[in-house]
Design a protein around this ligand. Structure first.
Ligand code: MRU
Length: 349
């Protein structure tokens, strides 16, 4: 399968396909999703992951849940759809795109006057397809707005995977990189491996390498040294949820990178589509941070790397305070502080 064209999420003739990202970088495996339970599991196990991609997968997951319910009348169809939306939403809590996409689909279907399950199902699928197509466009625009931040000779640090694989295409943090690369700008990316699940080395390094971008993979604890050596000129990361005051939830370790960037006076940018900006959450302290299983920390691959019975913490995300964010690269332009005002002005419609 062609590395550059394989998509994280695909909907073809009423069937949902998800790339199993847990098998990268060694195996490219695409799985047909047979049931809503399977979609829930694929999100929970990070087969599909990254905030925009789980939003799109969740929307199509609702279609998978409802495709054999088309004989229901309107009220029964709507009730079933609501139950399944709540179920899918329970798979992961931090990335707002999941609940955003599910709520959007549910709202659109409810607002439609159709009486039959058949017609309501078509409305549901059309909205999921709209979210999917829109996500490609949003990422493309993030690239357009962010590309001028990248110039010849730059070193760029990124954390986790906010790339094509985390979205429907282009990525968020990577969109300006892909566009700069297309335009012949020569730069180097340092991709933090992003313990414990290595989205940086398994996914970001994989997709940037496939696109011909100059990329190094580094362990998380090397970022400070790279900055000290003057190799990093800008940090660009993605996000799972931006609060109204500009606090940023992203993959665990992002906070440390932001503090380092501040110490070394390196600009720290967060790339995000409007669908990840949650103005209903006033500050980062309100964001629910997913705690994941112990095995991700006590094992490296199949091998145990911590003693039996050891106590473990495994928060999957952290919150970077708005004061450390130089700017948000969004589909509507680059947003600068004071974020409580500027985010509301740009996204509070
Ligand atoms: O646990 P993951 O792999 O879903 O975490 C993903 C991230 O933290 C990404 O940086 C974020 O979702 C932005 S994706 C454009």
């Amino acid at each position: 399968m062609d590395k550059q064209t394989v998509k994280s999420v695909a909907w073809e003739n009423g069937t949902l396909y998800l790339l199993d990202q847990t098998q990268l970088p060694t195996d490219v495996v695409v799985e047909e999703q047979q049931s809503v339970k399977q979609v829930w599991d694929s999100i929970k196990k990070l087969k599909v992951r990254g905030a925009p991609a789980i939003g799109v997968a969740g929307a199509y997951g609702l279609a998978v849940a409802m495709r054999d319910k088309i004989s229901l009348d309107r009220e029964s169809f709507l009730a079933e759809m609501q139950d399944n939306a709540s179920y899918l939403d329970s798979s992961r809590p931090t990335a707002v795109n999941l609940s955003w996409a599910l709520n959007r689909v549910v709202k659109t279907v409810r607002a439609h006057s159709a009486k039959s399950g058949r017609e309501l199902y078509d409305v549901l699928v059309a909205e999921a397809e709209a979210i999917h197509a829109e996500d490609v466009e949003l990422c493309r625009r993030i690239g357009e707005h962010g590309v001028s931040l990248i110039s010849d000779g730059m070193g760029i640090l990124t954390h986790c995977n906010a790339g094509r694989l985390a979205t429907s295409d282009y990525g968020t943090a990577t969109a300006p990189m892909y566009l700069a690369h297309e335009r012949g700008v020569s730069f180097t990316v340092y991709s933090d491996e992003s313990r414990p699940l290595l989205q940086g080395s398994r996914l970001t390094a994989w997709e940037l390498q496939a696109a011909g971008v100059d990329v190094y993979t580094i362990t998380d604890n090397m970022a400070a040294a790279m900055m000290q050596q003057g190799l990093i000129n800008i940090v660009i990361v993605g996000t799972d949820r931006v609060a109204a005051n500009g606090d940023v939830a992203n993959k665990i370790g992002t906070l440390g990178v932001a503090i380092l960037a501040s110490y070394f006076k390196i600009p720290f940018y967060v790339a995000t589509p409007f669908s990840t900006i949650d103005l209903a959450t006033t500050s980062g302290s309100q964001i629910v941070i997913e705690e994941r299983g112990e095995d991700e920390v006590t094992h490296f691959g199949m091998r145990r790397t911590a003693p039996e019975g050891i106590k473990v913490r495994n928060p999957a995300f952290d919150v970077t305070p708005n004061a450390l964010v130089t700017g948000f690269i969004t589909d509507r332009g680059i947003i600068r502080p004071p974020y409580r005002d500027t985010l509301k002005a740009a996204f509070g419609n």
